[in-house]
Design a protein. Sequence first.
Length: 335
Amino acid sequence: MSKKTEIKEFTYAGKLSEVIIKYIAEKRAMGILFNSEAKKLAHFDRFTMNFDCKTNTLSKELVIAYTSKTSNESSSNHIYRFNLVNRLALYMQRCGYEAYYQPKGNIKKSHTEYTPYIYSYYEIKKIFIAADETKASPQHKNYHWVVPLMFRILYTCGLRVSEMLNLTVKDVDLKRGVLNIQGTKFDKGRLVPLSNSVLQRCIEYSKQLHQLSKDDAIYFPSAKNKAFSMTRMYYIFREILQKAGISHGGKGKGPRIHDFRHTFAVHCLKQWVEKGVDITVSLPYLSAFLGHTGLQSSQKYLRLTSDLFPSINVMLENCYGDIIPLVGGDIDENN
């Protein structure tokens, strides 16, 4: 078993240990690795040992005490803990246990939240051209095959960068033309269809790189035949941006590689609106496609679409003003 698929075990001994163990077992029975979540739940389990609470009961007092933001804690980690305990509460309620589910309005996101950079169609074209000019190197003989397809997958499939980097050969179903995304953030495994043009590229790519590969081989291998690190992927991205002539505002200012995902969503909505598609019907499909836990994150893309494309602004406001957030633009980069 590779390190990527190795199940990590942790010890639980608090008053919620029985429930936590069952919850983790259910997730893993569904094929979800659940390692980082199990580790964080072990931290939560230790917290319950120093808190006066009933056995197998997730009280309001316990939830609020644990999910309170600690000093110097990042907003993303705070939100992660908040959501993890809320998902445990939903499981407990489903199983008949007493559990408090904390309203999402109780958590305040950072005011420094990043406003996505939406690439224009022209910029996407320049990025693809720059990626296609990538050369093979003595260290990575297939580099010129890997880079062009990675950027097309990011834009046309709307994947999170980590989801793309961790794709294995078996995750790319060339017969059905879909990507099988598993072990994702929020445990939202999903099937993502490939466009005809990208599917043909995947077929040619697989012939070149993966005719003899095992099912668990990384689909986009680095020079060491492992998944690219996020640091290395960021370096590749900056190099492609420079070749494409797209300026970068510096660290923390973007554009960012995650903005391909935001751009995919906005461009998708723009096309739907222009074709007269009922957004109230199609928005849940976009939410499922992106692996969101609900419609709130997807609805924010409506505001971005409205702001960026004045030609369809009136149409959006008239038809869907009731589901467009009054304040938009800021989207959690990890969504």
